[in-house]
Ligand binder design. Structure first.
Ligand code: RNT
Ligand code: ZN
Length: 413
């Protein structure tokens, strides 16, 4: 299972470097840049999104983690131990995406609309220690006594107010993260609101959502950026979802209050998200991503090096849109070792990014502009077989992260 000694890795890399140089790609430069591009790794694969607030509360709002692999972290201490192991396996600059339910109340009784930076000081210390950034997510679901299909669109003013206040509180926590860590925090808002059955008035929920967002985003914050994540339907919201991609795209364009978040699992099964990016980039807009693997639909399987993920990264690398498209992961598979799941998905995300950055984009564009579609296709196909694996091994080795040998150390059944 060992890749080989450093000598082999170096020698292989030299071979690969020479081959890529022949097509005009400087692998040293690619790896230097690759290491800098943040990947925001979600923390919630570690414990199936259970969090530390209500240990018994099941997921709702149209999402579920299925499977019962042994070894799930049961306490914050176990969670941190597992998280550390996972992060140790992920090369390159990492941000950690937290959900509000991973707060530390320090024994206080606090509702979700009352939380603030104090509940997250340990996370900031942790991020500083590890040299990582932080992103954030309000938790508009899995709350006892509340209907997760009606939060920011709830016609009951009291309930809607509670969730608005939660959103406001979370942005302020995001701003605290950004200020402390010197790296803008992206606070991502996803609600599971929607209608199981036919919805006659589809406008009213959207007007309520618009008003809720206006209130949540009223204050300008320097170190926090907000994103809103759309969905086409969910469990319990099969017939209608107010927070659609069109809605948030319009909201972002008209108000400038947020950017959109696209989750690879939130569109129709035959629809991939990569080709959508340029419609936003053409207007100078930023995008947050939730890289996921929808098997059939929004199943939140662990990300692998598949075609949709490669396409996502190709769309970013072709325009060098690294400051515009923010890469984050989102999946929760409870059927396999959770540390490994976190690492596999994040590593595959970065592998896909590396592959995209190793493409001879200038040459491909030139052929395209010249109308030479034959050579374009020929080159596209030939570069697929270049030794990217040697480059990846070298990347892991030089960033102090295990290549393949970590698999042997895994404790699984
Ligand atoms: C749900 C969304 C959302 C969640 C996280 C936990 O469909 O994808 O991003 O997965 O907030
Ligand atoms: Zn998501």
């Amino acid at each position: 299972m060992r890749i080989g000694n450093s000598g082999t890795i170096e020698r292989n890399y030299r071979v690969a470097k020479g081959m890529y140089a022949e097509i005009g790609v400087d692998t040293d430069k690619v790896l230097e840049k690759l290491a800098e591009i943040p990947i925001s790794v979600h923390c919630w694969q570690i414990d199936d999104l259970q969090g530390w607030e209500f240990p018994q509360k099941e997921l709702d709002g149209g999402i579920a983690a299925t499977g019962n692999a042994p070894g799930k972290a049961g306490s914050p201490e176990e969670f941190m131990r597992d998280l550390n192991q996972a992060l140790d396996l992920i090369p390159g600059h990492t941000k950690l995406a937290l959900h509000s339910i991973y707060m530390n109340k320090h024994g206080k009784k606090l509702a979700r609309n009352e939380i603030g930076p104090e509940e997250f000081v340990e996370w900031v210390d942790y991020a500083k220690e590890r040299g990582i950034g932080l992103d954030f997510n309000p938790t508009y679901f899995a709350h006892p006594g509340y209907d997760s299909n009606s939060t920011l669109t709830n016609p009951d003013e009291g309930i809607r107010r509670f969730w608005i206040e939660h959103g406001i509180a979370c942005r302020k926590i995001g701003d605290y993260f950004g200020r402390e860590l010197g790296e803008t925090c992206i606070t991502n808002h996803w609600i599971g609101d929607g209608s199981k059955d036919i919805c006659v008035d589809k406008l009213r929920p959207r007007l309520l959502l618009k008003d809720s967002l206006d209130q949540i985003f009223a204050e300008k914050l320097e170190y926090n950026k907000d994103s809103c994540e759309s969905k086409v339907f969910g469990l319990g919201s099969e017939s209608y979802v107010p927070g659609s991609n069109e809605f948030y795209t319009e909201y972002a364009a008209h108000t400038g209050n947020c950017i959109v978040c696209m989750d690879a699992g939130h569109f129709h099964p035959t629809e991939t998200i990569g080709p959508k990016f340029t419609s936003y980039l053409a207007f100078g807009d930023e995008i947050q991503l939730h890289v996921s693997r929808p098997v059939r639909w929004d199943s939140d399987h662990v990300v692998i090096l598949d075609d949709p993920t490669k396409e996502i990264m190709e769309e970013i690398a072709t325009y060098q849109a690294y400051d515009k498209v923010h890469i984050g992961t989102d999946y929760f598979d409870a059927s396999i070792n959770r540390i490994a799941a976190t690492a596999i998905g994040a590593r595959s995300t970065r592998k896909a990014l590396m592959l995209a950055m190793l493409r001879p984009v200038d040459e491909l564009k030139k052929l395209e502009y010249d109308g030479n579609t034959t050579k374009r296709l020929a080159l596209l196909e030939e570069v697929k077989m270049l030794p990217a694996g040697f480059v990846w091994d070298y990347f892991c080795e030089t960033r102090g992260v295990a290549g393949r040998e970590w698999i042997a150390r895994l404790s699984t059944k």
